[in-house]
Write a protein of this length. Structure first.
Length: 396
């Protein structure tokens, strides 16, 4: 009976074993991939290509907290680009904005309804110090009210197609959300459309109304290449930070959401390091591939030139052989000249005993002449013999 009971529950034990095994693998992979950071969700992106170099819960909806102000800053730059306002435009401060700027639960730069503040000064306060009151004043300038400005914010993210929803111009009350992927995209879009914003995000501090305020970005001047971007912290969100840094031609965007307050900046540094490491490895592989292709191209070119030289040499050899053949065909075979008949020197002398004039016979075949001389000699000999015989007969 007990054996039957154990057999009955064996499938359950197997399922639990598989689950535990799979979970252990997931936990190990997560621990390995997140580089021991405290982030609940994070992403690393290459600015140039938008390639994701690392992600952990990158599509989780999380409260943006004061990273919301980056969306507000984007809309201010967009209004400047349209010509609706400029950096020197004086911004009125409502009583609501002034009151918010003195709220101790918010990061702020105190403002006064009677004060004179330019768009540039309030942008510094928003970007460097994360000032909620300054953000509200700019929102009311552009949207007519906080709610009007929030509608513009949500229309813009819907236009971009990124997963975000805002309820406030400056923070993230319950119901507001953005994913790490969407925040990285927002950062990338802002850098692409308004790269001049880095002049403000890289500031270690700013001065307004005679007071100096330090940047909330504690990586400024401590991390190589850091020049932005935006922090955000509240009880719902934890500690958030969208960071960007550039080394050489590589710009990395790293977003951490839900880090511990003390872990946010170390987490961001590790994420940025991861991004640069991946990109440098990719570039090294790309350079190696380019060198390999260049070497292959060089060898192929050498082979091509060698083949062209071989073909040219063969063609030249064939041309010379053809010329020689044609020359041989066009030259007639010479007729052999017979050897001259040699006579004794006395016979070839003239009648006056002098040597014959050789020039008179140049170009004339001498054989007929030699034959004629021989013939005369024979006739003279015969006549001489005949006369001798006749004379002998008469004497008898």
């Amino acid at each position: 009976m007990k054996k039957a009971s154990l057999t009955k529950y064996l499938p359950i034990f197997m399922i639990l074993l598989i689950f535990v095994f799979d979970f252990s693998l997931i936990a190990y992979a997560t621990e390995d991939v997140v580089l021991n950071i405290t982030s609940r969700a994070a992403i690393v992106m290459d600015y140039e290509t938008g390639d994701v170099l690392y992600e952990h819960n990158a599509d989780a909806r999380r409260n943006p907290a004061s990273m919301t102000k980056m969306m507000s800053a984007y809309l201010v730059y967009e209004a400047i680009k349209r010509g609706d306002i400029d950096f020197d435009t004086v911004v009125p401060v409502s009583s609501g904005a002034a009151q918010l700027s003195r709220n101790p639960s918010e990061t702020n730069v105190p403002l006064s309804t009677s004060g004179t503040y330019t768009v540039s000064e309030l942008l510094d306060a928003v970007i460097v110090v994360s000032a909620a009151g300054a953000t509200r004043a700019l929102a009311e300038l552009l949207g007519g009210s906080r709610n009007g400005f929030v509608r513009i914010m949500n229309d813009k993210v819907e236009e971009w197609g990124i997963e975000a929803h805002f309820i406030s111009d400056s923070g993230g009350p319950r119901g507001a959300y953005i994913t790490p992927r969407a925040m990285a995209e927002l950062t990338r879009i802002t850098l692409n459309d308004f790269p001049e914003i880095l002049e403000k995000t890289a500031l270690p501090s700013m001065v307004i109304a005679g007071r100096r305020f330090e940047s909330t970005n504690k990586l400024i001047d401590t991390y190589d290449g850091i020049d932005g971007f935006k922090t955000g912290t509240n009880n719902l969100a934890g500690a958030n930070f969208a960071a960007t840094a550039m080394r050489g031609d590589i710009r990395i965007i790293a977003v951490t959401m839900g880090s511990t307050y003390n872990g946010r900046f170390p987490d961001s540094a590790k994420l940025l390091d991861r991004g640069f490491e991946v990109m440098e490895q990719r570039l090294a592989e790309q350079r190696a591939e380019e060198e390999r292709l260049a070497e292959e191209e060089r060898l192929a070119e050498e082979e091509r030139l060698a083949e062209e030289l071989r073909i040219a040499e063969e063609a030249e050899a064939e041309r010379l052989a053809e010329e020689q053949r044609l020359a041989e065909e066009s030259t007639p075979t010479p007729t052999p000249t017979p050897a001259p008949l040699l006579l004794p020197e006395a016979e070839t002398a003239g009648l006056n005993g002098l040597p014959p004039a050789a020039d008179a016979f140049d170009g004339i075949d001498p054989r007929p002449f030699y034959i004629f001389i021989v013939f005369l000699a024979v006739v003279a000999t015969v006549l001489g013999i005949t006369l001798i015989i006749r004379n002998r007969k008469r004497k008898r």
